[in-house]
Design a protein. Structure first.
Length: 268
């Protein structure tokens, strides 16, 4: 954690000295951070707004804000707590200034914003977090104003499966619950929930309990579609895939939950 905080300090210096975010205007929304949800999401109490105010915003309203361009690990993942702590160290209980892009809200009604520590718009929290070694940049076509900066400062490499660690077969996964490893097999069936969760069942089709499931939560499905194409899972029946992550049991069935597309391999 000490090393990560050191990297964060460097990121603050870089942002304050090297990054002149204009020619875009300074942020026009002032708010106070009331709660840090995780490494890339906060809740704020709106203080001041431009006229006319952006849709859905009003002074005195509490809003959940998702940082544009930031892909922090989930709270339950490795480094998830560290990412949340880093975010809190920067913004908890502080006055921040928000800049919006073309798309105002995501699918979960969170306000999408670039968050600054100064009213001039030089100290961007989004970039400070991405410059650390545990938080990755995220690239969405509908919020790409500073994409070049995020690509430049992203210092977190995609996870790479060690060459010496071979994937285990889907039917061996039940013997490795709690381990972080690679599991491979042929997709026997694909399912989706009403909420948009995706289930890839390896070895045997649902509801056969003798199967292995790759679970992609709805909140992460968009990342995979960006990587593999829209509704890519519909094309995977009969295809061999591999997933890298922690094996868990859900109702007696071993599974890996994925939120990072780099941890899913689809064979040609």
């Amino acid at each position: 954690m000490r090393r990560i905080l050191g990297v964060l300090a460097v990121a603050v210096v870089v942002s304050s000295v090297a990054l002149a975010i204009p020619p875009y205007p300074a942020p026009t929304i002032e708010a106070v951070v009331t709660y840090v949800v995780d490494g890339d999401t906060i809740e704020v109490l709106i203080q001041e707004l431009p006229t006319p105010a952006p849709a859905g915003l009003a002074a005195g309203k509490t809003v959940r804000v998702r940082y544009i361009g930031v892909d922090a690990p989930e709270v339950t993942d490795a480094n998830g707590t560290n990412a949340t702590d880093l975010n809190a160290a920067l913004v908890q209980n502080k006055t921040v200034y928000l800049e919006l892009d073309e798309t105002l809200y995501d699918d979960y009604d969170r306000l999408l914003a670039y968050v600054y520590l100064d009213p001039e718009g030089y100290l961007m929290v989004n970039l400070m977090l991405v410059a650390t070694e545990i938080i990755r940049a995220r690239f969405d076509s509908d919020t790409d104003r500073y994409e070049a900066l995020f690509r430049y400062y992203d210092s977190t490499p995609a996870p790479i499966l060690p060459e010496e660690q071979a994937c285990i077969s889907w039917d061996e996964a039940g013997d490795h619950v709690g381990e972080v490893t690679c599991v491979t097999g042929v997709v026997a069936s694909v399912g989706t929930s009403r909420g948009g969760d995706v289930f890839l069942n390896l070895g045997n089709a649902y509801p056969n309990p003798n199967r292995f499931t790759i679970f992609i939560p709805a909140r992460c499905a968009g990342k995979f579609e960006t990587q593999f194409g829209a509704r890519f899972w519909q094309r995977l029946r009969g295809v061999t895939v591999s997933a890298y992550g922690e094996i868990e049991l859900y109702k007696g069935v071993p599974e890996i939950e994925l939120c990072d597309p780099s941890r899913l391999t689809i064979e040609d």
